[in-house]
Design a protein around this ligand. Sequence first.
Ligand SMILES: CCCCCCCC/C=C\CCCC(=O)SCCNC(=O)CCNC(=O)[C@H](O)C(C)(C)COP(=O)(O)OP(=O)(O)OC[C@H]1O[C@@H](n2cnc3c(N)ncnc32)[C@H](O)[C@@H]1OP(=O)(O)O
Ligand SMILES: Cc1cc2nc3c(=O)[nH]c(=O)nc-3n(C[C@H](O)[C@H](O)[C@H](O)COP(=O)(O)OP(=O)(O)OC[C@H]3O[C@@H](n4cnc5c(N)ncnc54)[C@H](O)[C@@H]3O)c2cc1C
Length: 667
Amino acid sequence: MSRWIQNGDNVDITKERKNATFNTERMSAWIHGGDEVLKRRREILDYVKSNPDFKDPIPVEFLSREERVSNGTRKIVKMTDNTDQIDGADFFGEGMYFQSLVMGRDLHPLSLHYIMFLPTLQGQTDDEQLDEWLPKAIARSIVGTYAQTELGHGTNLSKLETTATYDPSTQEFVLHSPTITAAKWWPGGLGKSSNHAIVVAQLYTKGQCKGPHPFIVQLRDLETHKPMKGVRLGDIGPKLGINGSDNGFLLFDKYRIPRKAMLMRYSKVQPDGTYIAPAHSKLGYGTMVFVRSIMIKDQATQLGAAATIATRYSAVRRQGEPVVGNGEIQILDYQTQQYRVFPQLARAFAFLFAAYEIRDLYLRLTEELTHGNTELLPEIHALSSGLKSVVSWDTAQGIEQCRLSCGGHGYSQASAFPEIYGYAVGGCTYEGENLVMLLQVARYLVKAAEETRKGTSNLAEICGYISKTGRRTSSLTSIANYTTDQIIEDLEHVARKQVFHAYDKLKKAQQHVKPEDAWNQSSVELAKASRWHVRLYLVKTFLKKVDKAPEDLKKVMIHVARLYAFDIISSSSGNFLEEGYMRPDQITEIKEGVYECLAKIRPVAVSLVDSWDYDDLELKSVLGKRDGNVYEALLQWAQNSQLNKSDVIPTFEKYLGPMMKDARSKL
Ligand SMILES: CCCCCCCC/C=C\CCCC(=O)SCCNC(=O)CCNC(=O)[C@H](O)C(C)(C)COP(=O)(O)OP(=O)(O)OC[C@H]1O[C@@H](n2cnc3c(N)ncnc32)[C@H](O)[C@@H]1OP(=O)(O)O
Ligand SMILES: Cc1cc2nc3c(=O)[nH]c(=O)nc-3n(C[C@H](O)[C@H](O)[C@H](O)COP(=O)(O)OP(=O)(O)OC[C@H]3O[C@@H](n4cnc5c(N)ncnc54)[C@H](O)[C@@H]3O)c2cc1C
């Protein structure tokens, strides 16, 4: 046994835990929403651990693509056989946790069934359709996906090419893919698993195109699982990540579906072909808004996992001997290591708390929509799009920083970083390409700026800062006295300035060029304005959450929240220095604030990541193991390699042996 292990755990990590200045359980409960939530997490975890059906035969990294899809399908069927173990109404909490423990990050053939097919049925069907389809989907007598993106178009939905042409003589729609670029491409679970899909197609009736609309479509025979006549589909091949999912392609050849296959909660086509428009033209995009809003928690969870792995590993890894003869130190003691890892932990917290906010806002929207009120839609569209973009981008960069912080072992799949990255970085693209989504936020901000300039502004709270008259210079005197209100005021200043800078640029360009060119020529600045708007929201949400925390937890968390804010300010100091809003000495003060926060977090870092309550089963990382015994675990993990099944593999006989023999004979 290693000299670093005592009572089963690594001695360094045990020492770290003894240093905790707060109660880890209390912190976990605060992070996750209370004691009852924590208790339920533990019950779900115990259940998953005790069920042999959920075990992987070997770590999934060693499985082939076919084995991954097969293993994932086996597990998701077992998992959904047992949904009585969780509160089905709490997808955001219990549902996501259960799935994460059982399925990991490889995704699976029913991902889209649960994330988009079911929510689309819930959100877009009329009562009759709901009664027909929802029970089948919940019971899993059908498996569905969401087929919107095509080979030629993902972003620009108005140019989707799949057509759904209404034929009043038979009261059917004819689905057709007129070109190669009309092929649906990407939908999860479409390749080999789903037998139904929500297909988004251009609706034609009475000779007119009414734009993209959702239809429920049977793709495969219910018994044989063979494609229906007129339907061609398959798997799109391996991807950067989520290879347990059979993302697919789909083409239609004049495939007929009944009129009632069009989801008719908002838009309708009557039997004679008369079209009835929805109350808001974007109501049909509701499922995307839903997924963007739940993605935030998922991304936060991935970044939190990466930060946990990096922190625990940094506590057990010793390298370098600053005082020769005193022994090597834990790499977590290097300020550079802290600077690399702790901001990622801080971001993960910021994102998680924002995820709770957007969840609540989305629930409000759902409630309002039941009363036909669409007022909240633009705000939620802007906020969910903005959060999705900033959070997924920072998460991807943060995971990579965590990987780098673990040196060579971070590059091994044993660390889980490649899998976490491959899974999370997809979020930069799916549900709307990040830059495109930032430009959606910008449309919202431009309107707010316009109202402010006209002096007619009655802005929503989220962009109220745009119409404020702020200070000309920062009120920061010393970092010790830098209050939450001052921090927010400074960020508001920069966000407001960027919003007006982009707005003025746009307006000026509009005087000289066509509106679309003006928009394009201003789009980098507009996207920057959106980023600042979202960062401001994240900082505000985080600081306010911590301000309301119980004193014992606030004492610790205040340093994490301030690190998040100071890191943003110091890494964009140019924006704060512009026009003398801040002086260089104030920036120096904020940088010192960063270093102070790092030093405050260092002694409690392991306990802070423990508070996220990841079990080893969820982390799936040899480097992030709770007991800290990474070296033993790495050696053991490598034994799973197929190459280790025999001492000598055929490549020796075939290639290396003859090569060396030949070379020896010539010496
Ligand atoms: C358990 C863990 C869960 C998470 C993990 C999930 C893993 C699953 C993996 C993958 C799933 C991925 C599934 C998919 O990717 S499905 C496909 C998603 N596709 C997209 O997101 C497409 C992106 N494109 C769009 O959303 C739109 O086309 C657009 C870019 C917004 C442009 O739309 P359009 O051209 O129609 O509109 P305009 O630009 O002209 O704008 C007109 C006005 O409408 C407003 N608008 C646009 N969208 C919405 C909306 N959704 N809600 C409300 N309002 C909207 C827009 O802002 C304009 O307003 P304005 O007032 O300025 O005129
Ligand atoms: C892992 C994964 C899973 C997916 N699952 C599904 C699924 O289940 N169902 C489904 O229907 N789809 C799915 N998709 C597709 C996904 O939603 C699209 O890929 C995404 O919306 C981006 O669209 P695109 O591929 O057309 O990108 P493009 O729009 O071609 O983007 C390419 C580049 O062009 C830029 N660009 C495009 N338009 C503009 C503009 N107006 N202004 C400025 N820049 C612009 C983008 O910013 C980007 O840099 C999935 C994708 C991935 C990666």
